[in-house]
Design a protein around this ligand. Sequence first.
Ligand SMILES: [Zn+2]
Length: 68
Amino acid sequence: MISPVKIILLLVVIGVVFLAARFFRKPVTDDGGKPKEGGASGKSHTDLVKCPECETYVASLDDHICKS
Ligand SMILES: [Zn+2]
């Protein structure tokens, strides 16, 4: 006879394995929202903007002058 305690333990073990698999896979396929990387401010990473005129990736379109 299977006791409810064993079923609960089995579900707990499955849940732990599932969460562990998600936890170890997370750093590989992270979509963002990671506050640890790049500091707390998040401004260390420079976002490049594509210039619509010359299609050059620049840090800021305000400082960019197209060379044509
Ligand atoms: Zn440009």
